[in-house]
Design a protein around this ligand. Structure first.
Ligand SMILES: [Zn+2]
Length: 431
C-alpha cells in the first residue's frame, strides 16, 4: 500500500486511475503514440507502442504486448524523448541581483528551489545539467531530494559549486573587504593549479557530477568584465586533468575569445555562452569535439526582467552589447559544423520557459530537428549518458513527452508540452 501511495503522490493531474504497484514486479505501462519522433533520423513514425517496465523502455513497435500493463493513450499526440537543458541553475534563488543571496539563509534558498524544479519538469525537461550554485552543494541536495522522490523535478546532474578565481565570475562580489562570507558562499574559489585540483578533489568526493569552471569574466557579476580572462591555461589544464581522474567532465563558462580557446585547448567538454568565439575558436572547438552551449534566448529575459525588478545597470550594459554578437556567432558555429547543445541559463530566465529558446535556435539557423537534437541526443552525449538518455530507444529511461501536432513544422509546440513522463512515472497527463 505504501508503494501505491507514493506512486500516486507523484502523479500530477493524472487522468487515469492510479495503477496498482503490488508486490515486487516493476510498473508495466504501454504508451500508444499517434506519432513518435525518432530524434536521430528525424523520422516521424505512426502508431507506435512503447512498452515501459521499471522505468525503462523495454520494447517499441506497432504491436507490443505485456500482461497486466496499464495503457496510456497518446494516439492524438506526437511523442518525443524528454528534453534536456544543459545549462540551468535550479538551486539558486533566481534574481537579477546576486547579492540578494545574502538576504536568505541556505535553507530558505533550498526551499525556494522546489518550484523551480517542478516547473522545469512540467515544461518537459526531464533532465538538466545544472552548472553551479552560489550556496555550495544546494544543488547536490536538490538532486538527491528529487531522486528520492521528496521533491518533484528533473533528473539533475550537478556541479556542487563554481570553480572561480577570487572576486571572479563565480564569486559573490560587490561586498566591502571586511565582510566575511560563510564557507558555502566562497567554497569554489581557487587561485593556482593546485588550489583548482584541491577544490575538484573535494567536489568529486562530495557528489559533483561534473565541474563548472569560470574561464572569463561574466555578465551577471559585479565588477566582472566578460571580455577578461580569469583562469590561466595552466589552471584550466589542471581542472580538466584532475576532473578526469574522477571521471568527471568540465563545463567552462567563457565569453572572451581567448578564454574560450584556453578552455578548449585544456580539453573541457563544453563552452558555456561562447559569446565572443572567433574563427580560431570555432576551428578549435570542431577539432576537439567541444560542445558549444549557447544561451541565445537570455538577452530577452535579462532586459525583460529589468522592467520588473531592477537589474544592476552594469549587467544590462554587458548584456545588451553581447546578446546580438552571441546570436551571430551561434549562426557561424552552426555553419562551421561545431557540436551544439541546448542550454538556457535558466535562473537568469524564469524556470519553466526553457523551451522558448528552440524558436531562437531556429531563427538563427537551425532546423527544428537540429534544435530538438541539441536538447536530446546531443545533450545526452555531452552528459556522457547516451546509453540512458536522449532518445526513445529500448534500454533507455522512459523519459517521454508529448505535444499536439508536429514539432518539426512548428518547434514552438515544445513550449506547450501536454504530457510528461520521467523514468516511467507520469507527472503531467494529457487533458
Ligand atoms: Zn549560468
Amino acid at each position: 500500500m505504501l508503494q501505491r501511495i507514493s506512486f500516486c503522490a507523484l502523479l500530477v493531474g493524472c487522468a487515469f486511475s492510479c495503477p496498482a504497484q503490488e508486490g515486487p514486479s516493476p510498473q508495466v505501462l504501454v504508451i500508444r503514440a499517434g506519432k513518435l519522433l525518432d530524434v536521430e533520423s528525424g523520422r516521424l513514425l505512426a502508431n507506435q507502442m512503447i512498452l515501459v517496465r521499471g522505468g525503462k523502455i523495454e520494447a517499441i513497435g506497432e504491436r507490443v504486448s505485456a500482461a497486466a500493463a496499464t495503457t496510456i493513450d497518446l494516439s492524438r499526440f506526437t511523442v518525443l524523448p524528454g528534453l534536456i537543458d544543459c545549462h540551468t541553475h535550479l538551486a539558486d534563488a533566481g534574481d537579477g541581483e546576486p547579492l540578494h543571496v545574502l538576504e536568505m539563509t541556505s535553507a530558505e534558498t533550498a526551499y525556494a528551489a522546489i518550484p523551480n524544479a517542478r516547473a522545469t519538469l512540467l515544461a518537459g525537461f526531464t533532465t538538466v545539467r545544472d552548472v553551479g550554485v552560489y550556496r555550495a552543494f544546494n544543488d547536490v541536495a536538490l538532486r538527491d531530494a528529487i531522486a528520492q522522490g521528496l521533491v518533484i523535478g528533473p533528473r539533475m546532474f550537478v556541479a556542487g559549486a563554481y570553480i572561480t578565481i577570487s572576486q571572479g565570475a563565480g564569486a559573490m562580489t560587490g561586498l566591502a573587504p571586511d565582510i566575511q562570507l560563510p564557507w558555502d558562499l566562497h567554497y569554489g574559489e581557487a587561485n593556482s593549479p593546485w588550489e583548482v585540483r584541491q577544490r575538484i578533489r573535494e567536489l568529486a568526493h562530495r557528489g559533483a557530477d561534473h565541474i563548472k569552471i569560470l574561464s572569463t569574466g561574466a555578465v551577471l557579476t559585479h565588477g566582472s568584465n566578460p571580455k577578461s580572462i580569469e583562469f590561466t591555461p595552466e589552471e584550466l589544464q589542471a581542472a580538466v586533468d584532475e576532473a578526469r581522474n574522477f571521471g568527471l567532465r568540465v563545463a567552462a563558462h567563457a565569453h572572451a575569445a581567448e578564454g574560450i580557446k584556453n578552455a578548449i585547448r585544456a580539453g573541457v567538454a563544453s563552452i558555456e555562452h561562447a559569446t565572443l568565439i572567433d574563427d580560431e575558436g570555432l576551428a578549435l572547438a570542431k577539432e576537439h569535439g567541444t560542445y558549444l552551449d549557447m544561451d541565445i534566448y537570455d538577452e530577452e529575459c535579462i532586459q525583460d526582467a529589468s522592467k520588473k525588478n531592477p537589474t544592476p545597470a552594469d549587467f544590462l550594459e554587458h548584456d545588451r552589447e553581447l546578446g546580438e554578437i552571441q546570436r551571430r556567432n551561434f549562426t557561424k558555429a552552426l555553419r562551421a559544423g561545431v557540436k551544439m547543445s541546448f542550454g538556457t541559463d535558466a535562473g537568469v530566465c524564469p524556470h519553466g520557459i526553457n523551451a522558448r529558446q528552440f524558436a531562437f535556435m531556429v531563427k538563427y539557423g537551425m532546423t527544428p530537428l537540429e534544435a530538438i537534437q541539441s536538447a536530446t541526443v546531443s545533450a545526452a552525449d555531452l552528459l556522457g549518458k547516451s546509453d540512458l538518455l536522449g532518445s526513445v530507444q529500448t534500454g533507455k529511461y522512459a523519459d517521454l513527452i508529448a505535444v499536439s501536432g508536429n514539432p518539426l513544422e512548428d518547434v514552438r509546440l515544445l513550449e506547450n508540452v501536454k504530457f510528461v513522463m520521467k523514468e516511467g512515472k507520469v507527472y503531467k497527463q494529457v487533458p
